[in-house]
Write a protein that binds this ligand. Structure first.
Ligand code: ZN
Length: 156
């Protein structure tokens, strides 16, 4: 999950079509938070897996439906894919991890991608949490959207 020219920084490459799918899902769920997984290999996403948000307060929090999550993870294993990221939306807030997000970010090595719908355009930021750290200061991740055909990347 490392990419040049900053080899110390994890990265996430999202094809345009997958990014569009994530945005569509987040917009559909507004004013509720949307959540889902990004699957792929080596930091390059191949598909998005939207999951139902079953939080009792879905406008302020997310909780992926455990049954859907289990099925999604089983599919990933069968297909030999990795869970690269967990995404969720902030319908009216910034693309930063909230205190609650940090509490429930317990998947080591999986990028937490937050999609903010507060501005005119959706804005996403990715974070990685160090394994087992007590003072959990999230590291920013390079997130970029690439054209499906040209495989060119553009910074977000
Ligand atoms: Zn959040």
């Amino acid at each position: 999950m490392l990419c040049d020219p900053e080899p110390q920084r994890a990265c996430l490459r999202i094809p345009r079509s997958v990014w569009d799918r994530v945005n569509e899902h987040c917009r559909q769920e507004k004013p509720r938070e949307a959540c889902g997984l990004l699957a792929g290999r080596g930091g390059v996403v191949s598909r998005a897996i939207p999951l139902p948000n079953v939080s009792p307060s879905p406008e302020r929090a997310y909780l992926a439906d455990p049954e859907y999550l289990y099925r999604a993870l089983r599919d990933l294993e069968e297909l030999g894919e990795e869970m690269l990221a967990i995404y969720h939306s902030h319908p009216g807030g910034p693309p930063a991890l909230s205190a609650r997000d940090l509490e429930q970010a317990f998947w080591p090595g999986v990028v937490q991608l937050v999609v903010s719908l507060a501005g005119p355009e959706p804005e996403a930021r990715g974070y990685l949490l160090p394994d087992g750290a007590v003072a959990r200061e999230p590291d920013p991740v390079d997130v970029s959207v690439m054209n499906d055909t040209a495989r060119q990347t553009s910074e977000m």
